[in-house]
Design a protein around this ligand. Sequence first.
Ligand code: HEM
Length: 211
Amino acid sequence: MMATTTGTPATKGWAEGWGLFWTLTVAMAAMALSFLFVLGWGTDGYRMVIRATARTSLVLFLAAFAASAAFKLWPGPVTHWLRRNRRQLGLGFAMSHFIHALVIIALWKTDPGVFWVLTNPKSIVTGGTAYVFIALLAATSFDRMVKAMGPKAWARLHWWGVWIVALSFIFTNGKRIPVSGWYALPVALVVAVIVLRVVAGRKRRQAAALA
Ligand code: HEM
């Protein structure tokens, strides 16, 4: 998802290549700091940043996860932009989740009572496993790592990694549906992108069989 073997687009302004990655990083840092200044560097501010980064993570992950399939099914300027920048969108997702982790640690340190009401050891093990894969995906999103690993091992890691993250989003949002029906929306979005990938994969295989 996050890397291609075809190279990275060069930095061309704020919405392309590494320019896009830094735009996303600065925007998410500004968002987090704004919430902390308005709501305070305490439980309320931390909880808001944890929720907000979970949502920016989902949007960026879905953009990267859908990019190739969307371009295959609907080639055009927008889907081409998505596919060209999927590595930076994927790394933007990893950055968003890095902020999620930093602020989770801040909440645990400052308000362990609320922290343990919001989570439990089982969720920490499953969430921590997803984090290991996110870190591996991010660390191997560079051309030299693709070369060092070899394309087969790289493809296997990225296949498993993106599916584990997709399932984590279904699980973490799905378990909150009893609290609010709105959490069904992110679950439906992840399922829609999975369907998109299956349909695009079938189209790719049919085209290959005809060639
Ligand atoms: C050890 C790992 C993790 C811990 C301790 C953790 C902790 C938390 C906590 C405490 C909240 C609730 C914040 C609140 O309601 O005030 C939260 C929300 C959330 N987290 Fe994490 N998280 C972890 C990993 C992950 C991972 C890997 C994902 C997805 C890939 C994820 C996605 C979410 C989502 C979707 C929400 C709900 C956001 C919303 O309300 O819209 N988390 N997390």
